[in-house]
Design a protein around this ligand. Structure first.
Ligand SMILES: Nc1ncnc2[nH]cnc12
Ligand SMILES: [Zn+2]
Length: 329
């Protein structure tokens, strides 16, 4: 199995049906049925919105620091088994604080799991774009006392109707704090969302970004500036962003010379962890070992907190990714 970094992974999206049931029991939370298959049966999605409805419902079982610890510890064990050598992990604090869970429990549990986990990992705090810019700013200010626990900020949740430009101020504050910046753009939204993420938010990586391929000038910009894209093939199929894996545009993105990476997004919901995504690309798209090796090398180059030139340490915010040769990774 090839070593790789995982750069687009929502820790809440690793909440497996078994853990939903276990945590519901532990926290005495009512479920329609304490039945793993009943929880799993909801994982059939028409689009991003219908997925997010299930994703947010299931989060009701996460209440204590221990719950967040157990969630992240389980992910890191799976990641190690999938050849992940470094992970940059999204979390959605607003999805928890809005339910009355203190930020201390979220940071405490996740950070403890990362400290003790088998895979080196760092956290990226995501704002829920459908909760608006003011709440995002309040969230960042509330998180700044935990500044040493996260390396960057991101933007996720329902995309269309919530363009990146709404979040200019909070991303400016994050930049002033020396935080890395990423955003989901070009998943369901068009290339204009990717342009805004770059020009208005100053993002250093684009999450998904597959619809950037509709705009040749944007493709040229991404190539010339070596801006990485964190593509999630199984997610795109399950959220019907692409009709099937065979239709995925990822090989064309690679041929365009883009810094493409492959990631799992919400593996508990989309049928596979990161190596499963690589394997599906090989099996169903016929991608070659050389292509998949290139993608794995890109994943290390695109990471913020992994740099063999610095002994595995961090890349400063704003510095473009290095072009690794196979020997360096
Ligand atoms: N694929 C995705 N797009 C937007 N928001 C998300 N939150 C979790 N997964 C997401
Ligand atoms: Zn995502």
């Amino acid at each position: 199995m090839r070593p790789k970094a995982e750069l687009h992974l929502h820790i809440e999206g690793t909440l497996e049906p078994e853990l939903v049931v276990d945590l519901a029991r532990r926290n005495r939370i009512e479920l329609p049925a304490f039945d793993v298959e009943a929880v799993r049966a909801r994982n059939d999605f028409a689009d991003l919105r219908s997925f997010l409805d299930v994703y947010y419902d299931n989060l009701a079982v996460l209440r204590t620091e221990e719950d967040f610890h157990d969630l992240a510890a389980a992910y890191l064990r799976r990641a190690a088994a999938q050849g992940v050598r470094h992970a940059e992990i999204f979390f959605d604090p607003q999805a928890h604080t809005s339910r009355g869970v203190p930020l201390e429990a979220v940071f405490g549990g996740l950070s403890a799991a990362l400290r003790d986990g088998e895979v080196p990992a760092a956290l990226i705090l995501c704002f829920l774009r459908d909760r608006g810019a003011e709440e995002a700013e309040r969230t960042l200010r509330a998180a700044l006392p935990f500044r040493e626990h996260f390396i960057g900020v991101g933007l996720d949740s329902a995309e269309v109707g919530y363009p990146p430009s709404l979040f200019r101020r909070v991303f400016d504050i994050a930049a002033a704090e020396g935080l890395h910046r990423v955003a989901h753009a070009g998943e369901e939204g068009g290339p204009d969302y990717v342009w805004e993420a770059l020009d208005v938010l100053g993002v250093e990586r684009v999450d998904h970004g597959i619809r950037a391929m509709e705009d040749p000038q944007l493709v040229a910009r991404l190539r010339e500036e070596r801006i990485p894209l964190t593509v999630c093939p199984l997610s795109n199929v399950r959220l019907r962003v692409v009709p099937s894996l065979r239709d995925h545009i990822l090989p064309a993105m690679l041929d365009e010379g883009l810094v493409v990476t492959v990631n799992s997004d919400d593996p508990a919901y989309f049928g596979g962890y990161v190596e499963d995504n690589y394997e599906a690309l090989r099996r169903e798209l016929g991608m070659t070992g050389e292509q998949l090796d290139r993608i794995a090398r890109n994943s290390f180059a695109a990471a913020f907190a992994y740099d063999p030139r610095h002994g595995g340490g961090a890349r400063p915010a704003g510095q473009a990714p290095h072009h690794y040769s196979p020997a360096e990774t």
